[in-house]
Design a protein around this ligand. Structure first.
Ligand SMILES: [Zn+2]
Length: 82
């Protein structure tokens, strides 16, 4: 593996405490427009989708956005840390 690929493979994203708390709050309070029973109809509970965490690197910090399968999104970036 060349150096550039190796460095990219080691790149990690993380949320700070403020972002993690905001993420936990939003994912637990989000009123989804797609009720869970719609995913239970095929009797496969584990197919219920989870939230997607998107990290966008910038020159001053990583922006963090959470997306739900219903299309709702929440920016939980702690801009005070930038
Ligand atoms: Zn939703």
């Amino acid at each position: 593996m060349n150096d550039e690929l190796e460095n990219r493979a080691k790149y990690l994203f993380e949320m700070n405490e403020v972002e993690a708390e905001a993420a936990m709050r939003w994912t637990s309070e989000h009123e989804c427009t797609i009720p869970r029973w719609q995913f239970w109809r095929d009797a496969n509970y584990y197919k219920y989708p989870s939230f997607t965490y998107s990290f966008t690197p910038t020159g001053v910090g990583d922006a963090v956005t959470i997306s739900c399968h219903c299309g709702a999104k929440k920016d939980v970036t702690d801009y005070s840390s930038w």
